[in-house]
Design a protein around this ligand. Structure first.
Ligand SMILES: [Zn+2]
Length: 144
């Protein structure tokens, strides 16, 4: 059996394939505001001179909530079924000097989440699509 092909959930969100994947944001050359996902112009100064940057891999949990039931599908397309669903965290991670990024939190024990805890970006399999590809998505995990 050959390994499934890994494809990113969307182009331009993170560097992939990579041993050190990073989220791709945009930084305004004029005023320095960083946005994620990357945007073509700056929401702060309306400047159109923005550059794509690789964002910090680590940040701090700014706030979160716990998704405690299986979301309606569509739009939700996650891997769980009603039988194996487990509550998961969804939060904002503040990347130092950059911006806050909303992401699903990968954590075995959602009760252990704390504001300000160190978090690290990971890119992992999200679902397998109908063509047998592993669809890769970004998550944050508590730093061990
Ligand atoms: Zn700007």
């Amino acid at each position: 059996m050959s390994a499934a092909k890994q494809i990113p959930i969307a182009e331009g969100l993170f560097s992939w394939p990579s041993n050190d994947p990073r989220l791709l944001g945009s930084k305004c050359v004029n005023c320095g505001v960083v946005m994620f996902p990357a945007q073509k112009s700056c929401p702060a100064c309306c400047g159109e001179d923005v550059e794509v940057i690789e964002m910090a891999r680590r940040g701090k949990l700014w706030t979160w909530t716990i998704q405690s039931f299986l979301p309606n599908r569509p739009p939700y397309n996650g891997p769980e079924t009603a039988e194996d669903f487990k509550p998961f965290g969804v939060g904002y991670v503040e990347l130092p000097g950059e911006t806050r990024v909303e992401a699903r939190i990968k954590c075995d024990d959602v009760d252990s989440l704390r504001i300000g805890m160190d978090m690290e970006l990971v890119v992992e399999k999200y679902i397998r699509d109908d063509n047998g590809n592993d669809v890769m998505a970004y998550f944050f995990k508590p730093v061990e």
